[in-house]
Design a binder for this molecule. Structure first.
Ligand SMILES: Nc1ncnc2c1ncn2[C@@H]1O[C@H](COP(=O)(O)OP(=O)(O)OP(=O)(O)O)[C@@H](O)[C@H]1O
Length: 259
């Protein structure tokens, strides 16, 4: 597979000769592409094509299972994050994840955000308060929760819990944020709020968004990557891919002929 890097701006991530295996199963095959800084890349493809698998490589979540293994290189700036010597805690601060199901911890709204900051060693109460407030503001949740920060976060609505998860992820100042089907369980209004938030956050962060929702990819992303059976089929500016896909398989997928 040839190297695909058509971006018109600064590069944040560079994936080279990349394979990923679940045990003996080759799930991602010879991926070679780069991701532009401060933009949204949509990862699309039918069920089982490898979107989530790829998304989870960017903060080495697969390391939780010893049979999984990576080949090749993934650079974030100048760091090859697949280097075995890399500090995974530091990497996970640099690359945050927001999952499909909102997962508020069973503790107060304030503590949900402060939790990660405390793990980073921030103990000063004023600093904690300021950073929690900033994260909630950046996640467009502050106005809705500012009077009940000490209340249980699990009582928030699904859409609010998802914005809380985003606040938790951005509180530790990541450079990259991965959204894995993060609006799939939300109603249209909450989905629209999260999409607006993604666009806003992409002014400062590099965002990778796994989605089954092609309208969403078209609405929010600047670039789209189409995966099929773990292989890169097409990668282009979203407006080009959706109006003039080059590969027959991309055309079929976009037209809803499979997946
Ligand atoms: N833990 C695992 N062990 C073995 N194979 C796995 C594991 N997780 C996923 N796979 C396989 O890897 C391939 C890619 O799966 P993945 O979940 O990344 O696809 P996806 O495109 O995200 O699918 P979906 O849209 O349904 O979430 C599939 O064939 C899947 O069965």
């Amino acid at each position: 597979m040839k190297y695909i890097c058509k971006i018109d701006g600064k590069q944040k991530i560079d994936v080279r000769n990349f394979n990923f295996y679940y045990g003996k199963k080759l799930a991602l095959k010879d991926l070679n592409f780069c991701i532009k800084e401060n933009t949204i890349l949509a990862l699309i493809g039918p069920s089982g094509s490898g979107k989530t698998t790829l998304a989870r490589c960017f903060n080495r979540m697969h390391d939780l299972y010893i049979n999984n293994h990576y080949e090749g290189e993934i650079f974030i700036d100048d760091t090859n994050i697949l280097d075995p010597k890399i500090d995974l805690i530091e990497l996970r601060d640099r690359v945050g994840m927001v999952f499909q199901k909102p997962t508020a911890f069973p503790m107060s709204i304030f503590e949900n955000i402060a939790f990660g900051l405390k793990l980073k060693g921030i103990k000063n109460k004023t600093e904690l308060k300021d950073r929690v407030e900033k994260a909630l503001k950046d996640a467009a949740l502050w106005d809705e929760v500012k009077d009940r920060l000490d209340k249980l976060a699990t009582n928030l609505s699904g859409g609010q819990q998802q914005r809380l998860c985003i606040a938790r992820a951005i509180a530790v100042d990541p450079e990259v944020l991965v959204f894995d089907e993060s609006t799939a369980s939300l109603d249209p209004i909450s989905t629209s709020k999260i999409e607006d938030l993604m666009v806003e956050l992409s002014k400062k962060l590099t965002i990778i968004a796994v989605t089954h929702n092609l309208q969403q990819a078209a609405r929010v992303s600047e670039y789209t990557f189409f995966l099929l059976d773990g292989e890169a089929i097409e990668y282009d500016k979203t407006n080009i891919m959706f109006t003039n896909p080059k590969d027959k398989k991309t055309q079929d997928y976009i037209m809803g002929r499979f997946g």
